[in-house]
Design a protein. Structure first.
Length: 285
């Protein structure tokens, strides 16, 4: 079955889908994206993802090319046409096509929009969750506005590759003070020896993950203690548990950091409980 992409108003077989070589996304990474989980064929937390999209676009002064409701229709249609049961829908919006010039294109230049969707390997994700994953740490080298979900991801690409080359699944960025900001494509969490769940406050130094927001609700429902603050790599090494969150993987326990076991080296109870209960707190549409 050929995959179908939505590109600027048309549903096309993915092999025929293309963007203009003068698209500003291609030339300058001048665009934003969203990734939304699809679970049993339904969108998870669509409303929150579209709200974050609107915020990212507003920060970069790119116009929203269609209403949230129309975008929801496109999401569902792409999910349906690709027969996605469990996977992701990907959206990218750029500042559009214009003769190459760093400054913004003329007013009225239409943003470009692409939506794709695909199934993920459910069994593989469950195995990762059951086994836990390794992370490595890398120096934070991104710009100061990573709260904007921009497609400019070169440091994240290099960090993820560094992780893979060291046999790890994720890389955690560490700022100059030795504190973890977030993963290359996930938010970072630890559970301290005395049972407090810690994740960095959502300022400009991290992306405010939608999964992170929902996990905060799950924690509250369980009556678990939360501290929204930066934690150091040393604290992470001494932690009882660690885990990462993202829309495509929900909650994944971290069992090694830079080659050293976290806690007893097995997935933690809190991470596993958060993963189990996540979808009871998420919104389906
Ligand atoms: N931080 C970064 C850098 C990411 O790429 C992601 C995944 N999009 C996240 C955090 C987690 O965000 P979410 O839970 O919305 O997927």
């Amino acid at each position: 079955m050929s995959r179908i992409a939505y590109v600027n108003g048309r549903y096309l077989p993915q092999r025929d889908a293309s963007v203009n070589i003068e698209d500003r996304g291609y030339q300058f990474s001048d665009g934003v994206y969203e990734v939304c989980e699809v679970s049993e064929g339904r969108l998870v937390d669509e409303r929150r993802h579209i709200e974050r999209l609107q915020r990212s676009l507003a920060e970069l002064r790119i116009a929203m090319p269609m209403s949230p409701a129309a975008l929801g229709v496109v999401f569902r249609e792409v999910v349906r046409r690709n027969r996605v049961r469990w996977g992701i829908v990907y959206l990218q919006i750029t500042r559009g096509v214009s003769r190459r010039d760093h400054a913004f294109p003329p007013p009225g230049t239409a943003p470009s929009i692409v939506v794709t969707a695909r199934n993920l390997d459910f069994a593989n994700a469950e195995k990762l969750a059951a086994d836990g994953v390794a992370v490595v740490t890398v120096p934070e080298n991104r710009w100061e506005r990573v709260d904007i979900k921009s497609v400019s991801l070169l440091p994240n690409v290099l960090a993820k590759q560094a992780a893979r080359e060291q046999g790890a699944r994720e890389a955690w960025f560490v700022d100059k003070e030795g504190r973890v900001t977030e993963g290359s494509s996930s938010n970072a969490w630890i559970v301290t020896r005395d049972g407090k769940v810690v994740t960095r406050q959502a300022d400009h130094a991290i992306l405010r993950g939608i999964t992170r927001t929902v996990v905060l609700e799950v924690l509250a429902a369980h009556g678990l203690k939360l501290e929204e603050r930066a934690f150091t790599v040393d604290e992470a090494h001494a932690a009882r548990e660690a885990f990462v969150t993202s829309a495509s993987q929900i909650v994944i326990p971290v069992v090694r950091i830079d080659g050293r076991p976290v806690g007893n080296g097995a997935p933690g109870l809190i991470a596993s409980a958060l993963r189990r209960d996540f979808h009871r707190h998420a919104e389906f549409s």
